[in-house]
Design a protein around this ligand. Structure first.
Ligand code: GMT
Length: 375
């Protein structure tokens, strides 16, 4: 198939999923065309089946807000016509689903029909999409998509709860490429971070408010008071300065390293003992799955799709959003006993295997075949 993929080209989960999916589809022999405003962060390799078409938004003094959605729709028309694409797959509803709808209408005037698959990722439904600034457009463009997928059962339920949706939403969970995300021998790095064999806790996110990154520091301070430990904070964003200040205020800054945005996250996860994800909302929690694939158990909040990923008492523990004491107590429980920690690590890996890329990829291929056949 010739597949067009639209996504945010950033380190955010939806962009990561879209890029990894595109790379895997290209490996399977499909021709994959990314249409976005920047080279996607993880599109870092050459493949004869991978193409990148940049969307450029021309600036004009009249525009306070350059119309990206129109530029994207125009670029999609161009790419679909000239590359003869079979299907468009857009990740994150805003503004990708409505831009694809517009492109589809324009293409019809050239006698070209193309199906659109929209994958909902989370905040496009729960936070941004549900805001009345965007809601009518999001609802309309989901209903006009030929296929709709959501990354967890919980997100599917939320979509039906928040919007008037007439479409069937198919759950296709996020996936992990275990050939990349697996335990790497990085003992020298572990020694550098934790020279006395301290336990290493880790958090990776974009430090947006929804991630409750300050709770990570609070949980760590409680763990650190009981167990020799270090905290690695990976990523960057809005709440990072507050987290740094909080680490100083709580007197743990010497044991906390802020590593900023990192490409080789799997190497950092490989030296870690516990992943913390105390998010306020999380449709799936891809970062936690990446950790589990590297044998790192998870202490998380019990929000959104996280209970579908993190199994209570098996791969880690889940507590209410904001329950810093509860999460710290469970973190200590996992870390204080070597045999117990080893068991949790095994369980995390075992469960991550159920999300292996090879299990999930055919589900997207079936979806494409179905929408193409039904057109
Ligand atoms: O969580 C973020 O800040 C990024 C966001 C995105 O849209 O890129 O992630 C969402 O999609 C990921 C991939 O499907 C999910 O794993 C995340 O749970 C989801 N984030 C939220 O729901 C807050």
């Amino acid at each position: 198939m010739k597949i067009g993929i639209v996504c945010y080209p950033t380190f955010g989960g939806s962009g990561v999923v879209a890029t990894e999916l595109g790379k895997a589809l290209a490996d399977r022999g499909h021709q994959v065309h990314f249409v976005t405003y920047n080279q996607p962060a993880r599109l870092d390799l050459f493949s004869e089946n991978l193409f990148y078409h940049e969307v450029t938004v021309s600036k004009y003094p009249l525009f306070d807000f350059p119309p990206y959605e129109l530029a994207l729709a125009s670029r999609l028309v161009d790419v679909v016509r000239f590359e003869k694409l079979d299907v468009l797959h857009v990740h994150y509803a805003i503004p990708h689903a409505s831009a694809a709808f517009m492109a589809k209408q324009i293409l019809a005037t050239y006698g070209i029909s193309i199906p659109v698959v929209t994958t909902l990722h989370g905040t496009d439904i729960t936070l941004v999409g549900n805001d009345r600034t965007y809601k009518p457009v999001v609802e309309f463009s989901i209903n006009k998509s030929d296929g709709v997928t959501a990354v967890s059962e919980h997100l599917k339920k939320d979509t039906y709860r928040f919007f008037d949706i007439q479409k069937d939403i198919r759950v296709i969970t996020n996936f992990i490429d275990m050939s990349r995300f697996s335990l790497k021998p990085k003992d020298h790095f572990k020694k550098a971070i934790a020279p006395e064999g301290e336990k290493i806790l880790v958090h990776t996110s974009n430090f947006r408010r929804v991630k409750h990154a300050q709770d990570v520091v609070r949980i760590f301070a409680k763990v650190n008071a009981v167990l020799p430990s270090k905290l690695l904070m990976v990523g960057d964003g809005q709440d990072r300065p507050e987290c740094e200040q909080l680490a100083r205020d709580l007197g743990v800054s010497e044991n906390v390293r802020f590593l900023g945005k990192q490409d080789a996250v799997e190497e950092i996860l490989s030296v870690s003992d516990l992943f913390l994800m105390p998010s306020q909302s999380e449709s799936f929690g891809l970062a936690a799955l990446e950790a589990m694939a590297c044998k790192v158990p998870v202490v998380s909040s019990n929000t959104g799709g996280l209970p579908e990923l993190n199994v209570e008492g098996v791969t880690g523990f889940l507590r209410d959003v904001g329950d810093v004491d509860g999460m710290a107590e469970r973190a200590i429980y996992i870390l204080e006993d070597e045999a117990r920690l080893a068991q949790f690590k095994e369980n995390a890996l075992e469960h991550a295997r159920t999300f292996e890329l090879s299990n999930i990829l055919p589900q997207y291929e079936n979806m494409y075949q179905q929408v193409i056949a039904n057109l």
